[in-house]
Structure formats: structure tokens, C-alpha cells
Design a protein around this ligand. Structure first.
Ligand SMILES: Nc1ncnc2c1ncn2[C@@H]1O[C@H](COP(=O)(O)OP(=O)(O)OP(=O)(O)O)[C@@H](O)[C@H]1O
Ligand SMILES: [Mg+2]
Length: 358
């Protein structure tokens, strides 16, 4: 059982961050979502989401595989109809005014299918025409966007020769071709090497900062959400489990994180013994590790080791750290997001199969 369930303090804990963003009457929001749901057969992919994104904001939507990030993005970009709930994007209702929504937004989807024989420039010209640009405009905009994302030199090469990072940059250029003020990016850096990931981060941050573009970005990377987003919604099983700025979310934990490696067979004894630790706020365990939310910092290390020694449990390793978004996720859901990241390689294969089939 999770500790907070027994104390019942979770809703209060995150409600504070959410409450600070209650709707202000008359204010223009880039995105307003109320009670949004999407059901596929017996899977509730999005299970009732409420959120508000202000104009000019960089908003992160962080969650593990299958959390409902892409489904939410597709609904907000009018590619899927919600089962229930409402959403307004750029001031337009997504169900009654999908056309206006589409003209106002740029979208780079997770599974964009690129024609590998076309060149980067041809692709962008085509997208510009599809967006209704005419005359010399498509070529002009394509050149400007290629320049913007640093692809001018590769503009006339076939997409088949582009690296993963170059393709994601082209996705970004495509999403920006008609000059939208609101950009939806679904996992813009998944599968990229660290250098390409950093390059995309810089580009997205610059678009937000210098061009004032509102960004709704989904990610399963803690670091990405932490570095880029002004506010983050953490989503799990179709529900928002935490909402606030990364700093707020971490500081609301108001504790240090003590991680202890303990042999599997001693886990229960260890956990029981550690409930007597001074300053303990919460304790979570998996098969190999105990995570303790404690106040009192380094003095907790000595106390914890002593308590374990008293019950004959040997500690493998001890680590004291400040909370990250992973601990925010852990506290809200009882599992870590980082483990989910490691499984990603395997799930990616399966996922692709599923998405092609659907
Ligand atoms: N077209 C569909 N038909 C049936 N189930 C679907 C469909 N699309 C999504 N789902 C299910 O809805 C849930 C949420 O999927 P979604 O793609 O939104 O997750 P995600 O957060 O984007 O995950 P990932 O990080 O893997 O991209 C999953 O359980 C998924 O299997
Ligand atoms: Mg997805």
C-alpha cells in the first residue's frame, strides 16, 4: 500500500498547484479543456482531463507509454473526436469549428509518415499548398522555414537521406509553414541521440521565447519536461496526476529523497523498520529499492542505516538527492517514470505494429 493512501493527503497536495491556474473570466486562453474523455472499445485512453494553457506558454504533457498523450493531442488538433467533454483551441471549439482550429495551429505528430523520395523543400512546399498558401508563397515560406530550422543546406536532398534529428526538424518546419501561433509537438525528440535532442530543445525554446509561439509538447522524458516546460501536466492512465511548474511540483514534495538498495528478501522487514525513521513523510518500494521521502537530509542516512542494522538488513547502496519530476510521478502514481523509459525500446516495436494496424 502506498503511504499517502493511508494519510489521504494526495489530492490536497497537487490541488494547490492546479488552483493557481483557475480560469480568469474574459481572458483569452490558447487551450481550454474540460472533462475530456476518449474511449476506444473498453480502453479509456483519456479519462476526464481539465486543463488551461495561456497564450505564449510552453506547456509540457509528460507521461509514460500509453498514458494518453497522443490521444489528447489528436483530439485537440481535431484529428479525433472526443467521447465526452469539450475543448477550445485558439478560441475555437474543436468539434463545432475544426476548420478554424486547424488554420490556427501547427502540428508535428509522433508518427508522421514522410515520403522518402521527396526532398525537404518539396515536402514543405506541398504542406504550404495544403494549408492554402498560393502563388510564390509556398516556395517563399518553405525557404524561410528551412532556414529557421537549419536545414537550408540539406533542402534539396531526398528525405530518405535525412537523419532522425533532421526529420524531426523538418516536422517542426512543416508545422510552422503557415505561421501558426500555437504549436502541438507530440514527442518531438523520442528516439533521437542527445545532440539532436538538445538541438530540437533549443529550437523549440527559441520559437517560444522569440516568436511568442505557444507550445503544447508531449514527452516521456523527465529532463525534457523539466528543461523546457513552464508548466507540466503529468498524465498517467488517461488522468492528470500532477500539474504545475517543475519547481512547484518538486518543492511541494518538501522532502529529500533517500534511496536505499535492499535485498529483495529483506524488503518487507526493512520497510517496516524504516517507518520509525524520524522525519519520514512517505515510503515507496519496488523489488530492489526503497524510496523514502524524508526531511532532515543527511542525518536521515545515519538513522536509516542504524534502523536497518537493528533488524539485520544489509544496505547495498544509499543515495540522498533532491526531488526530481520522477519523484513527483512516483508520489502521485506509486511507480517510477524512468523504468517506463527503459522499457521504451521494446514497446516501441509493438506500438508501431499496433498503430499501423489501427
Ligand atoms: N486507435 C486506437 N484504438 C484502440 N486503442 C487505442 C488507439 N489509440 C490509442 N489507444 C490506446 O489508448 C491508450 C493511450 O494511447 P496513446 O497513444 O494516447 O498513449 P501515449 O501517451 O501517446 O503513449 P506513447 O508514449 O507510447 O506514445 C493506450 O492504451 C493505447 O493502446
Ligand atoms: Mg504517443
Amino acid at each position: 500500500m502506498q503511504f499517502w493512501q493511508s494519510t489521504g493527503d494526495l489530492p490536497k497536495y497537487f490541488a494547490r498547484a492546479a488552483a493557481r491556474y483557475d480560469r480568469i473570466p474574459g481572458h483569452m486562453y490558447a487551450i481550454e479543456v474540460e472533462g475530456l474523455k476518449k474511449v476506444f472499445g473498453n480502453v479509456e485512453a483519456v479519462a476526464g482531463i481539465d486543463l488551461i494553457v495561456s497564450e505564449g506558454e510552453m506547456f509540457g504533457f509528460l507521461g509514460p507509454n500509453g498514458a494518453g498523450k497522443s490521444t489528447t493531442t489528436k483530439i485537440l488538433t481535431t484529428l479525433l473526436r472526443p467521447t465526452a467533454g469539450t475543448a477550445r483551441v485558439a478560441g475555437f471549439d474543436i468539434v463545432t469549428h475544426p476548420h478554424e482550429v486547424r488554420l490556427s495551429i501547427g502540428v508535428a505528430l509522433q508518427e508522421a509518415g514522410l515520403d522518402t523520395l521527396a526532398t525537404g523543400r518539396e515536402m514543405l512546399v506541398l504542406l504550404a499548398r495544403l494549408q492554402g498558401l498560393r502563388g510564390g508563397q509556398p516556395h517563399k515560406r518553405a525557404a524561410a522555414m528551412l532556414d529557421l530550422v537549419g536545414l537550408s543546406d540539406a533542402a534539396d536532398r531526398r528525405l530518405g537521406t535525412y537523419s532522425g534529428g533532421m526529420r524531426r526538424r523538418l516536422d517542426l518546419a512543416g508545422a510552422l509553414i503557415h505561421g501558426p501561433k500555437l504549436l502541438f509537438l507530440d514527442e518531438p525528440t523520442t528516439g533521437l541521440d542527445p545532440a539532436s535532442r538538445h538541438a530540437i530543445w533549443e529550437e523549440v525554446a527559441r520559437l517560444n521565447r522569440e516568436e511568442g509561439i505557444t507550445v503544447f509538447l508531449t514527452t516521456q522524458y523527465l529532463e525534457e519536461a523539466d528543461r523546457l516546460a513552464e508548466r507540466v501536466a503529468i498524465i498517467d492512465h488517461g488522468r492528470i496526476v500532477a500539474l504545475g511548474s517543475p519547481t512547484e511540483l518538486k518543492s511541494e514534495i518538501a522532502a529529500d529523497i533517500l534511496t536505499l538498495a535492499v535485498p529483495e528478501e529483506s524488503m518487507d522487514v526493512a520497510k517496516e523498520a524504516l517507518t520509525r525513521l524520524p522525519g519520514l513523510k512517505e515510503i515507496q518500494s519496488d523489488t530492489k529499492e526503497l524510496t523514502l521521502f524524508v526531511t532532515g537530509g543527511s542525518s536521515a542516512i545515519a538513522s536509516a542505516v542504524r534502523l536497518l542494522h537493528e533488524v539485520d538488513v544489509t544496505v547495498g547502496s544509499v543515495k540522498l538527492s533532491s526531488p526530481t519530476l520522477d519523484e513527483v510521478f512516483l508520489r502521485a502514481t506509486g511507480s517510477r517514470l524512468e523504468g517506463a523509459e527503459q522499457q521504451q525500446a521494446e514497446t516501441d516495436g509493438k506500438k508501431r505494429g499496433r498503430k499501423e494496424a489501427s
